[in-house]
Structure formats: C-alpha cells, structure tokens
Design a protein around this ligand. Structure first.
Ligand code: NAD
Length: 257
C-alpha cells in the first residue's frame, strides 16, 4: 500500500514505538514529522537520515506535549496533517497515596491531554483536505489495570474513551479515529532494563523476559515496534475505512485472560 502524498505527524517519535511507527509510515511513502520535547542535533540528524533512507520528506519539530499550546503549535507548524499518531508517553509507578502530584499532572498532560489538543487542531486540517486517520497509542492498560500505575491507567483509559468520541464526531466523514493497545513492546528502554533485572533476580535473559517482564503476556513474546507500525499502516488503508471508534490490541493475548 502506498501513502505517497500523505503527511503524517507522530508525537514522541525520536525513539521507541513512535520512531518505529514513523519509519513504517515513511517506508509506505508518507512524508513524516518527527517530534519530541528536545531539540538536539541528533533529533534533526535522525530526520535527515530517514529522509535519505526512504526518499520522503522528514522533518523534526520540537514541541513539548505536556503543554497544550505547543501540542496545537506542532500541528500548525507541520502545515498539513493527514495522519496523526498520538504516541508521546511517560510512566511513573507508585501507590496512589504516595503518588507525586507533579508526576500525576505530567502523565495526564503528556499521555492524555496532548491527544485532545493535537486532535482538536488536526481535525479542521483533515476536513479541509477531505481525508484523515487518527491513531492513538493507548496500552493494554487502556483496557485493564495494574496496581501502582493510577495516572498511566487513568490517562490510557481516557485516550480510549476520547478515541471513541472523536470517531462518533467524524463518523460521516472520511476520517477514522482508533486506539492501538500494545502489551509489552521491545523498545530500547525495555531492552536496557533486562541486564539489571538479570542481575537483581540472578536469572537468565530468557527467564527475565518470560517470567518477570511477560508474566501477563500469554504469548511470552514482546510485540515489536515494526508490528505497531504495520498495525498503523493497516488503519491508514482503504480496508480499514469502516474501522473507527475501536481498539486494536497488539498484546500477545494479555487482554484475553
Ligand atoms: P519511549 O520512552 O521510547 O518513547 C516515548 C516518546 O515520547 C519519546 O520519543 C519521548 O521523547 C517522547 N516524549 C516524552 N515526553 C514528551 C513530551 N513532554 N513531549 C514530547 N515528546 C515526549 O517509550 P515507548 O515505549 O516507545 O512508548 C511510546 C508510547 O507507547 C507511550 O505512549 C507508551 O505509553 C505506549 N506504550 C508502550 C509500551 C511498551 O511496552 N513500551 C506498551 C504499551 C504502550
């Protein structure tokens, strides 16, 4: 499938899942805007490298997704938006009575409020261009809960609910809005935790992965950033034109338990 001529904005895309999705969109021919809150040479070099690798336009636009005006500014600066992927996210783990207020506020702002602001700014642009795809990266924790992750789970459930609402508001237009709910995904961040956990529990890599990290993922395999990219491409395809207001789990069976 080709997304040639389409412009895609992926929030939080200088690493991990966002970068993986951006790479698959560029591979499919879309022009891509990468984003994070930093503004380093490395960020711009990443965009230049991808442009060369895939032969599409790739720009890096700095914007802090914890700030509503910067979320809206990202869409404005991009100058066009056919595909919006809300991916930026952070995590903090603590019991609710000890949860730091500033962490709660940051998680709700980056993981949930940013999607409100970017969707509000992107929808008029999509309407004007007569086509749009919104893909919100929620989580298995948008559908289920775990202890100590109150802010993350509240935000991800919020993203799932917001996706349904936007789908209803755009139901009679050529625009869809869905949420992808990944289980545990092998990102550089997750990979980096493996050696420490091996030492902590005196376990092999295989045991750490299967019995510590993937206890709730029945497949005992991580999802990959390429698989999440592929799911995003599918949601952008004509085959998915009637898929809107729903969640797609990429979680090795987690939510079937
Ligand atoms: P990551 O830390 O590699 O990526 C997060 C991205 O968000 C980075 O590019 C980071 O720079 C960016 N970001 C953070 N704060 C930002 C801010 N204030 N403004 C703009 N960008 C900001 O993590 P990841 O695992 O790739 O996670 C990406 C998304 O996928 C998150 O929403 C996360 O909740 C979700 N998710 C991850 C997993 C997993 O197992 N890795 C599972 C389910 C859902």
């Amino acid at each position: 499938m080709t997304l040639s001529g389409k412009s895609a904005i992926i929030t939080g895309s200088n690493s991990g899942i966002g970068l993986g999705i951006a790479r698959e969109l560029a591979k499919a021919g879309a022009d891509v805007v990468l984003n994070s809150f930093t503004d380093s040479e490395k960020d711009h070099a990443l965009a230049a490298g991808m442009a060369k690798e895939f032969g599409v336009a790739v720009r890096y636009i700095q914007a802090d997704m914890s700030k509503g005006d910067q979320c809206r500014g990202l869409i404005e600066k991009a100058g066009g938006c056919d595909i919006l992927v809300n991916n930026a996210g952070i995590q903090h783990v603590a019991p609710i009575d000890e949860f730091p207020i500033e962490k709660w506020d940051a998680i709700i702002a980056i993981n949930m409020n940013s999607a409100f602001h970017t969707m509000a700014a992107a929808l008029p642009v999509m309407r004007e261009r007569g086509w749009g795809r919104i893909v919100n990266i929620a989580s298995a924790h948008g559908l289920t809960a775990s202890p100590y992750k109150a802010a993350y789970i509240a935000a991800k459930h919020g993203v799932v609910g917001m996706s349904k609402t936007v789908a209803l508001e755009t139901a009679q237009e050529p625009i869809t809005c869905n949420a992808i709910c990944p289980g545990y995904v092998l990102t550089p961040l997750v990979e980096a935790q493996i050696p420490d956990t091996m030492r902590e529990y005196n376990m092999s890599r295989e045991d750490v992965v299967k019995n510590v990290m993937l206890t709730r993922q029945p497949s005992k395999e991580f999802a990959t950033v390429e698989q999440l990219g592929g799911t995003t491409i599918f949601l952008c395809s004509d085959a998915a034109a009637q898929i809107t207001g729903t969640t797609i789990s990429v979680d090795g069976g987690w939510t079937a338990l």
